[in-house]
Design a protein. Structure first.
Length: 212
């Protein structure tokens, strides 16, 4: 199947207007007993649901998405990554937003694109860019029958301490929270200190986080 532009897809209930009242949820508004960490977990969970809803065709690197989309997810992602907005890992807030827009428009994306969408939704919910870190985790290449294959993953971290060591999730702070929509199995929202549990063997982390 040729690489394709899936065109604009209708996401319906995934529309951003559905997020507008989330921050004023009665469980949080005026409720001083709810911690900031609990609110972050709730909002990140909502965002994961929205990203998954946007993925009409899904990821090219998930078998279940390839089957569900009848083979459309692969050409959709390959076609998107030929666009200037989506050829490379984003390294600015503008690049993240542009990638998110394209992925939502097409209804497909792997971890890189899904993390960008998560960032965009969190920004829409009022998170300052300095509170959001776009993170790529990279493993040492592992040897297979066809040679060295690089392995990486992307996600968003909320409230990482900016001056902390980028390769040490335990140093990112007690409030650092991972929003990981591509992750195949729950939880998709978890403390950054749990990264070595869910993604063992990471060689290093590449982090884009705007300064305060």
């Amino acid at each position: 199947m040729a690489d394709q532009d899936a065109g604009s897809v209708t996401t319906g209930k995934c529309d951003l207007t559905a997020l507008k009242g989330i921050s004023a949820d009665p469980r949080f508004a005026g409720n001083t007993t709810v911690s900031a960490a609990d609110k972050n977990r709730y909002l990140a969970g909502v965002v994961v649901g929205k990203v998954n809803c946007d993925m009409v065709f899904g990821a090219s690197d998930k078998v279940k998405d390839a089957v569900k989309s009848e083979g459309t997810s692969g050409p959709c992602v390959r076609g998107m990554r030929k666009k200037p907005c989506c050829k490379y890992r984003p390294s600015s807030a503008k690049a993240i937003e542009e990638m998110a827009d394209e992925a939502r428009r097409r209804g497909c994306g792997n971890c890189m694109e899904q993390a960008a969408i998560a960032w965009a939704y969190l920004a829409e919910l009022g998170y300052e860019p300095s509170r959001l870190a776009y993170v790529t985790a990279e493993w040492d290449p592992y040897r297979t029958a066809i040679g060295e294959i690089p392995h990486n993953h992307a996600f968003v971290v909320i409230d990482r301490i900016q001056a902390s060591s980028k390769d040490t999730p335990f140093a990112w702070g007690p409030d650092a929270l991972v929003c990981d929509p591509w992750k195949p199995d729950p939880p998709n929202v978890y403390p950054a200190t749990d990264l070595p549990i869910y993604w063992p063997g990471v060689k290093n982390y590449d982090i884009f986080q705007p300064p305060k």
